[in-house]
Ligand binder design. Structure first.
Ligand code: AMP
Ligand code: MG
Length: 323
């Protein structure tokens, strides 16, 4: 259990909240949509803490919040349409999914291993002030436990997460109460991934075209993999490997080495001392590195199905099934 502080919406509270975020802690804060559970998006262990606190059984890409369009341009690449949307609707309840910029510092875990980033500049003055003082992208899904309703005030947040996060910045009730509209601008026709606070009609009127629907099955599908909401390795993935075949890439967990590990092509350990938060923080970047080794198969040690292990195993099972 942590001691969860309720911070006031003044200079002292803001400075405190920003300090906690910069040190890798978890702070819930108000936005104009709902309260978000924030962590430094550039720090994968901090991001893993979000999943642990929410008890979320699976990883999905998180929205990174920024203080300005200028900051967002250091993280993502905006084509003409994305730029117009940002200039018109930011700050506000709009999330843009764009290709990650070469200067992107958002962690693999916050991106769920994808080459794209979900970015938003919120309009709530406290959120804005906090992001300015933090000086980093802040990953923030809704500040509730998995499966519960999104919180619109600090009491809702504490009802779900008291003792599980470091602080909540109390800014009264959120106004929109709806989540942000998510638009993917990844080349081709922009796509509506989730309806929310900015109506579809307003977006279509601005860009002068109809949005494609949903992540899949539109008339104009983008290049394969571009919009998949999950990163899939090219290699086969073999789970619960008790032994290793020659030339396999190996993803270990804990201090026990499987039989035959000497003949592996590459070996990475998610966490030598069996820490699931550390393991979650490494998961996507290690999968990528092992995939890049060119091995035909990635053999994975068993990972306990408890705490964050559930989300890690969910991701690995999908990777093993995706062919
Ligand atoms: P939330 O739970 O409100 O934080 O919303 C997260 C949602 O944003 C995800 O489920 C995706 O639909 C979307 N999203 C965020 N980042 C990305 C990304 N890089 N690629 C695709 N979708 C994203
Ligand atoms: Mg939610």
């Amino acid at each position: 259990m942590r001691q969860t502080q309720r911070l006031t919406s003044d200079e002292t509270g803001l400075a405190h909240a920003a300090g906690i975020l910069r040190r890798g802690g978890l702070v819930a804060f108000p936005t104009e949509t709902v309260y978000g559970l924030g962590a430094d998006a550039t720090n994968a262990e901090a991001v893993a803490g979000i999943y642990e606190a929410k008890e979320r059984p699976s990883f999905n890409p998180l929205i990174s919040h920024l203080d300005s369009f200028e900051s967002a341009q250091g993280q993502g690449m905006f084509d003409e349409t994305a730029r117009r949307l940002a200039e018109t609707f930011w700050p506000g309840p709009l999330t843009l999914v764009v290709p990650a910029a070469p200067t992107c510092t958002i962690s693999d875990l916050a991106r769920a291993g994808l080459d794209s980033v979900g970015l938003r500049v919120p309009a709530h003055p406290l959120a804005h002030a906090l992001l300015q003082r933090t000086g980093r992208p802040v990953a923030a899904p809704s500040a509730n436990r998995s499966g519960r309703v999104s919180p619109t005030d600090a009491d809702h947040v504490l009802g779900d997460l008291d003792g599980r996060i470091d602080a909540v910045l109390d800014g009264g009730a959120s106004q929109v109460g709806l989540e942000s509209t998510i638009i993917a601008c990844l080349g081709g026709t922009p796509r509506l991934l989730r309806p929310g606070g900015v109506p579809r009609e307003a977006i279509e009127a601005l860009i002068g075209m109809r949005l494609e629907d949903g992540p899949e099955g539109g008339r104009n599908p983008l290049a394969p993999g571009m919009l998949a909401s999950h990163y899939a390795p090219r290699a086969q993935v073999r789970l619960n490997a008790a032994s290793v075949e020659a030339d396999e890439a190996v993803l270990l967990f804990g201090s026990e080495a499987p039989q035959g590990v000497e003949s592996a092509r590459t070996v990475l350990n998610l966490s030598e001392n069996g820490d699931l938060v550390e393991a979650a923080a490494h998961l996507f970047s290690y999968l990528r590195q092992l995939d890049a080794s060119g091995a035909a198969t990635i053999a994975v040690s068993p990972i306990p199905e408890k705490g964050l292990g559930e989300a890690i195993n969910d991701r690995l099972r999908r990777a093993a099934a995706e062919r």
